[in-house]
Design a protein around this ligand. Structure first.
Ligand code: KG4
Ligand code: ZN
Length: 395
């Protein structure tokens, strides 16, 4: 088994993470410092994110090395997220990684964050190719057809990616966070919505599918790209989440829910729950006390439509492209309803399906170190001039 050690650094959004991964697969440490500073703002404040990364990066690095039981001299390469992400946040990680690699005299490897999310799954299991990958997070909702190829004399594996669908407006996680904010929940609201949805009836407040996919069918961009590339080849599976967000907002207005929402947000803050996480059972129970049945049903209805919509789109794309496996990654891959539905549909179709372990679903540096592994083997190192690419694309 390969024993080279890659240290990964991830600072593209609001998690400062450093990990040590051996041989592209074995996670020796994966330290993630989540920034709590954004919880009262309803979203990530870029300037604050950069400052928090600057503050956290050294302690997180020290802890990652210590937990892995390695010294810096043992490392074989330093991998860092190049993009996509927030420019200032990426800049902290890249500047740090460059200086660290330079000081140690080790090579630097630039990693696409989206490829990192896919490798969060590939590092844990082997798959048939081609596979359909859904990367679904707070910043992204992309569908990729990923194909494995063997290259070179030693038949070294590489993966190539083709983007076959993306959101035309909000990312799915962003829709979760915006709806959560609309209902008075702290940021990031996705995990809260997931936890609270389990206490509501998803059928009590149904959302029609027309409310969630109006923009995704027959959109102009898709038509143009289809015409440019020929119809057969360029069928796309784009998505849209602004419709469901608006439907929830309309529901809140029509049912005059605003006063109770404002009161709830204030009560959660006063009870010190604004920076809590739903994985804390006591915090979840205390938060639940502030919710009435109707709001819980609304949350469950929202979650059912988003998970159902994503599931239908994933399998329509998988079928169209003849994918031999389905892989789901990114923060929203932690969503229990999405996991349940995709797992059930894959079983019906006899397709293998995989999600990352929960720790590897949200942003982390282990996935960056894992994605860097094939580049390390190919000696595909980053130049000294490496800069952040906030809009970096994959495929
Ligand atoms: O991958 P990630 O950590 O960061 C980005 O690259 O965006 O994803 C974070 C996103 C947030 O929008 C968060 O609300 C959402 O993933 N999220 C969830 C769940 N856990 C995290 N959304 C729904 N259900 C969850 N369990
Ligand atoms: Zn991410």
């Amino acid at each position: 088994m390969a024993s080279e050690l890659i240290l990964g650094i991830e600072t593209s959004c609001d998690e400062t993470s450093v990990a040590v991964v051996r041989g592209g697969r074995e996670v020796l440490s994966n330290v993630v410092a989540s920034q709590l500073v954004h919880s009262n703002y309803g979203g990530v404040v870029p300037e604050l994110a950069s400052r928090e990364h600057l503050r956290a990066i050294l302690p997180v690095l020290r802890e990652a090395a210590q937990r892995a039981g390695v010294s810096y001299a043992d490392l074989d390469a330093i991998a860092v997220t190049e993009g996509p992400g927030l420019a200032g946040a990426l800049l902290v990680g890249i500047t740090f990684a460059k200086a660290f690699a330079f000081g140690l005299g080790k090579p630097l490897i630039a990693v696409n964050h989206l490829e990192g999310h896919i490798h969060a799954v590939l590092m844990e299991a082997d798959f048939s190719s081609p596979l359909l990958a859904l990367v679904v997070s707070g910043g992204h909702t992309h569908l990729y057809l990923a194909t494995r190829t063997a290259q070179g004399a030693g038949a070294r594996t590489t993966w190539s990616y083709r983007n076959v669908g993306k959101t035309l407006d909000d990312a799915a996680g962003e829709a979760y966070d915006k709806v959560a904010k609309l209902l008075g929940l702290p940021y990031p609201g996705g995990p809260w919505m997931d936890a609270l949805a389990a206490h509501g009836d998803p059928k009590a407040v149904p959302f029609r599918s027309a409310q969630i996919k109006s923009k995704a069918t027959g959109n102009r961009a898709s038509k143009l790209s289809r015409e440019a590339a020929g119809w057969q080849d360029a069928v796309r599976f784009d998505l849209s989440f602004s419709g469901i967000k608006t439907a929830v907002r309309r529901h809140v207005e029509l049912n005059a829910m605003q006063p109770e929402i404002t009161a709830r947000a204030a009560a959660l803050r006063a009870a010190g729950l604004a920076t809590a996480r739903p994985s804390d059972e006591a915090a979840l129970a205390a938060t639940l006390d502030h919710f009435d049945r109707h709001t819980l049903d609304l949350i469950a209805g929202f979650q059912a439509s988003v998970a159902g919509y994503l599931t239908r789109t994933v399998f329509a794309a998988a079928e169209h492209f003849g994918a031999r496996a389905v892989l789901v990654s990114g923060g929203v891959a932690a969503n229990r309803e999405l996991r349940r539905r995709i797992t059930a549909e894959a079983a019906l179709r006899g397709l293998p399906v995989a999600f990352p372990s929960i720790a590897l679903s949200t942003d982390n540096a282990a996935m960056i170190a894992a994605a860097a592994w094939l580049k390390f083997l190919a000696r595909d190192f980053a130049p000294d001039t490496l800069e952040p690419t906030p809009q970096l694309r994959l495929g």
